[in-house]
Design a protein around this ligand. Structure first.
Ligand SMILES: [Zn+2]
Length: 354
């Protein structure tokens, strides 16, 4: 029996090498659920993983689920910062046990939200009383600002529905599992189909200890070329993997690494430490260009991502390679190929990218 272990190797998990199938306590909700053990394709380590998580990872590998990256999180932050600063948290509701609502309430109810900032793909709410609340939306989570009501159904369940019309009514926005009630009568809600989002409160004094933050490299949107070069150039991995590693550069995931490398004309399998300065400059320029445009278009909504008003991002219409396997390259008309690099699917043009 495997205990509810958090699978540290999720992104590279390869369930082709299935060694065990059984039941164990879920990390997510303390219920007994199906577990499998496979070999992590990235590091060849035996890894227990919850079956539904393994399926989800597979969907992500196939490009069917796009996890929020820098442009999507930046969109949410910008939206929230228009309305939220200065408002006070009046109450909190959640049906996810691991959020421990009672503890959360003790820590932050009554506190005012001063500002909201992005660190890589993390959202940090800076609150009065010296508190910081970290939210990582993970695969399918997204924060919205609106108005919801909770009703008890005849079978004792709680039913949550939006009181506002429009995009809030869309199904993807109706997996509400966490609500922060604000003192202006509005709420911040987390819609999260898969329930993987992370919410945690820290003291400002220990902010330097937040592991999600302290291990982050410089932000992809603001990093200068010298730091970018310093962090990327010495790494032995493929450039695709290095770009996605938050330790080196923060904010880039599967979607934008594919797009950046296509724009730069660099093959995703090239080793980062063999890239010359011309190649590095091309990647750097493409990175700034693609990310800025994606922020302007309010992110990519491949699957679940929506902005704080529940609306889709429009960058999905501007993708060159991601999710386009078999389709024509928009520059040279060759068929886009897909490769597995470190367990992640990578789409590229075999002609334009060398
Ligand atoms: Zn091409």
């Amino acid at each position: 029996m495997v205990n509810g272990l958090y699978p540290a190797h999720i992104p590279a998990m390869n369930i082709d090498y299935l060694l065990y199938e059984g039941k164990a306590t879920s990390f997510l909700n303390n219920r007994i659920s199906k577990y499998v053990i496979g070999i992590c394709a990235g590091c060849s380590i035996f890894q227990p993983i919850e079956l539904r998580l393994a399926i989800l990872v597979r969907l992500a590998l196939l490009g069917k689920i796009g996890m929020p990256e820098l442009p999507e999180v930046e969109t949410i932050i910008n939206d929230l910062n228009k309305n939220i600063p200065g408002l006070r948290i009046r109450d909190i509701w959640s049906d996810i046990g691991r959020f421990d609502v009672e503890k959360l309430k003790l820590k932050i109810v009554g506190n005012k939200i001063e500002k909201i900032k992005r660190f890589g793909k993390n959202i940090l709410f800076f609150l009065t009383g010296g508190k910081i609340m970290l939210v990582h939306q993970k695969m399918t989570g997204h924060l919205m600002y609106g108005k919801w009501k909770i009703e008890k159904t005849s079978d004792g369940q709680e039913k949550i529905s939006s009181l506002l019309k429009g995009p809030f009514q869309e199904k993807v926005n109706n997996y509400i599992h966490l609500i922060f009630y604000l003192n202006n009568g509005r709420q911040i809600a987390l819609s999260d189909l898969r329930k993987f989002a992370k919410v945690e409160v820290f003291d400002v004094r220990s902010a330097g200890e937040i592991k999600e933050i302290k291990n982050l490299g410089p932000d992809a949107l603001t990093v200068e070329f010298s730091d970018f070069q310093k962090n990327i150039a010495g790494e032995k991995g493929s450039v695709k993997q290095v770009l996605m590693n938050q330790k080196f550069i923060a904010g880039i995931g599967n979607i934008y690494s594919d797009e950046i490398l296509w724009k730069a004309g660099i093959h995703p399998e090239r080793k980062a430490n063999f890239l010359n300065i011309i190649a590095l400059k091309k990647i750097f320029k493409a990175m700034k260009n693609i990310l800025k445009k994606a922020v302007k278009k309010r992110g990519t909504s491949i699957s679940d991502f929506r902005d704080a008003a529940g609306k889709k991002g429009m960058y999905g219409n501007h993708l060159f390679v991601y999710g386009r396997k078999g389709k024509k390259c928009l520059k040279c008309a060759s068929a886009i190929k897909r490769l597995k690099i470190g367990g992640r699917g990578s789409c590229f043009c075999p002609v334009c990218q060398k």
